[in-house]
Design a binder for this molecule. Sequence first.
Ligand SMILES: [Mn+2]
Length: 304
Amino acid sequence: MQTEVEALVKQAFEAGVEEFSGLINAAKNVFTREKELREGSGLVLTHPDAVRTVAVIGDIHGDIDSLAHILTDSDVENADRIIFLGDYGDRGTASVEVYHLLLTLKLSAGNGGKIILLRGNHEGPPDMPVMPHDLPFFFSKKYGARGRELYRRVKELWEYLPHAVLVPGSYLMLHGGLPAAITSIEEIAHAQDTHPATSSFEEILWSDPIEGRGYLMSTRGAGRMFGEDVTDAVLRATGVKTLIRSHEPCEGVEVQQRGKILTLFSRKGAPYYNNRAAYLIVDGAMLREARDASELARTAARIW
Ligand SMILES: [Mn+2]
């Protein structure tokens, strides 16, 4: 796998504008079809009986070295699903190449439904811009005037990406946080359709957990900070035990709200300078019977 991943990285750095353009077209076809199959829903169902092992990967933010490290693990390669929790570009120097590699992976033969790319707040809708957003800069730097066009078309892909994964009875996975007002999994599945009339989609992409109770405005300027009472209500409404999310820099994994929430961060380097990053390998027993965040951090996390 190592040589294969090295080849993918090399291909990502050497890709010409026409090749990248073709890749985006092909990806758009695949993402469009997948969204149609989900009947417009932003929720991907991953039933424990249908999969043996699932790999979960948090923020990458332009760190292609971390991405290559993760993909070189044979347990990731052999996983039935490789779930990315969003935030692919910005803040790292290889955002363009990360996109190239992820789209190539998605389009590889046999990978169809295996690779799941969720939306993060860095892949949000046009009315929720993110700062800093250096992805367009890196596209223009590498591909000149054509880079602007590639960026615009990559941005279009975001609208087709799902924003949550449900492992029924066990886990909910999404980028940021839990929307406080929801009462069913269907409301999470269709959060993008009720945006901006409800704040659910914004909260999924932007919110962060806090210890204690309550529901506060976020210092990020979007999303909320939600306490354990909100988490209890949403976990109950969706029938799962544990939330797996990313969005906040940490030393690979962080356990919050007494084991109800696991935060996963899968990249290193500027501007966060965390010393450790992590991804999860969740196997059959763990998929069928949810482990809490502490046990996941102890047994499912691969830290480097
Ligand atoms: Mn984020």
